[in-house]
Design a binder for this molecule. Structure first.
Ligand code: CA
Length: 468
């Protein structure tokens, strides 16, 4: 009897140790929700009043809101390449928006690069990419060849939203760049018949994946194409905005509202499955709003999508992870989308060997106050074709353009970048630091959207299916 009781105690002890070890080793899930061309001031937590975003705001309230959250480029493709690799995309020549070119293995994310999905796969994560890929349309650049276990979306740089407008069966039926917007959606390598409004379809897929992978660590890269043009919304969302008279802004608002519903559905599913505590959810936009084009609003920030002014690169940016990040925190030091990679890798529960050195920083010690310093001494941006450059160091930002006078701003006192400080010594210092960074960068390795015509002339078989 005594021996039995002892055995039972030993059993209990071992069982509790194992359980404890499992809890400690349980890697956090990661969900990156990327909006496309969303303005800085178009979310409630950044002061938006005409478009309610209750779910995105809830996400912000239950985690940390970054007031100085940046992306590494001012348009879609390069910004995403930075986000997915944790590296300045100029290091590997991804300095332009890739063209839709299904025959071109060079048009997209170079194979030298490791994606976040590649890295997390080494730690046993299951990864799903949803929505806009834009990292190459060639078969060798497909998400499933870049570390993802599953994919639901499209390969081009934008897409039409109504399923009845998706009429092309494969990329080789395209005749021009923007025909890429009309391809039927892909589930992995298969074309599917989607019946829902695209934003709703992408939210549905994210929720289903959470349900399916509730028992193993997962990474969902949910890259909505909303609210990128074309401006298309369903009555369900449009009817919420009778108070907006201007048609363009109204449709834009409806598109943002659909994204907000998606965020709500994801948060609700995490709650329902008791996964919220250990899931890191990040929400951001891939670049600033193109105000003239989609009626977005960057508020007091100067400039818009395509600019290295704040309106092009400072974005709505929040992160939630109840296990590690305090509720309702506001973090003001500059951070960048490259940090997402570094943050999750550092928390994945085991050492993950990385193929390339990364530029991002693990933000957790900074957010929870263990480290009172700044994650980045400096941040850099390069617009290769336009010969425009920017560097931020502390509160100072130098904007440079070949052949023009430099402009130096203090963002703490002049967030709208209106007053050029004309401090020669400071300009000299920052220019020199920038040049040093630039030396490690590579020239673009593919032609981009601006070279669409030239590219098509050089590649007359751009959309012709290659014979086996
Ligand atoms: Ca974009």
């Amino acid at each position: 009897m005594k021996i039995q009781a002892l055995n039972f105690l030993v059993f209990l002890f071992i069982a509790s140790c194992t359980l404890h070890a499992q809890e400690i080793n349980k890697s956090p899930n990661l969900i990156i929700i990327l909006a496309d061309d969303l303005g800085y001031a178009d979310v409630g937590f950044n002061g938006c009043t005409d478009i309610p975003t209750p779910s995105i705001d809830k996400l912000a309230e239950s985690g940390v809101r970054f007031t100085n959250g940046y992306v590494s480029y001012c348009v879609c493709g390069p910004s995403r390449a930075g986000l997915l690799t944790g590296r300045y995309q100029d290091r590997f020549g991804f300095s332009r928006n890739p063209l839709f070119a299904p025959n071109d293995p060079e048009m997209g994310l170079p194979l030298s690069e490791e994606t976040l999905a590649d890295a997390l796969g080494k730690a046993g994560y299951k990864s799903l990419a949803i929505g806009k890929w834009h990292m190459g349309a060639h078969e060798t650049l497909h998400p499933l060849k870049r570390g993802f276990d599953d994919f639901y979306g499209f390969l081009s740089g934008g897409h039409r939203y109504f399923p009845e407008e998706l009429t092309l069966n494969d990329p080789f039926e395209a005749k021009s760049q923007y025909d890429g917007y009309k391809t039927r959606l892909l589930r992995n390598y298969e074309r599917v018949d989607e019946t829902e409004y695209l934003t709703d379809a992408f939210s549905r897929e994210a929720v289903a994946y959470i349900e399916k992978n509730r028992n193993n660590p997962f990474f969902i890269y949910l890259a909505y194409n909303a609210p990128h043009a074309p401006l298309q919304a369903t009555e369900k969302y449009l009817s919420r905005f009778d108070h907006i008279g201007e048609k363009k802004r109204k449709t834009y608002a409806a598109m943002v509202s659909a994204v907000d519903d998606g965020v709500g559905a994801i948060l609700a599913k995490l709650d329902e499955l008791n996964l919220s505590e250990n899931t890191l959810v990040v929400f951001l936009s891939d670049n600033g709003g193109p105000e003239n084009h989609n009626a977005s609003d960057n508020g007091i920030l100067r400039g818009q999508k395509g600019d290295l002014y704040e309106g092009g690169i400072r974005v709505p940016f929040v992160m939630k992870w109840p296990a590690q990040i305090p509720h309702g925190e506001v973090y003001n030091n500059p951070i960048i989308s490259l940090d997402i990679f570094a943050t999750i890798i550092a928390q994945a529960g085991q050492q993950i060997p990385l193929k390339n050195p990364i530029d991002g920083i693990n933000l957790i010690p900074f957010i929870n106050g263990e480290d009172q310093g700044k994650p980045h001494e400096r941040l850099f941006w390069r617009k290769f074709d336009a010969r425009e450059y920017a560097i931020r160091q502390g509160n100072e930002k130098l904007f440079m353009e070949d052949g023009k006078e430099n402009m130096l701003f203090n963002l703490a006192s002049d967030i709208s970048e209106e007053n050029n400080l004309q401090d020669e010594a400071k300009e000299k210092e920052l220019t020199s630091v920038f040049r040093e960074w630039y030396q490690d960068m590579t020239d673009p390795v593919f032609m981009g959207l601006r070279q669409d015509k030239e590219y098509s002339e050089q590649h007359p078989d751009r959309f012709k299916r290659k014979e086996e």
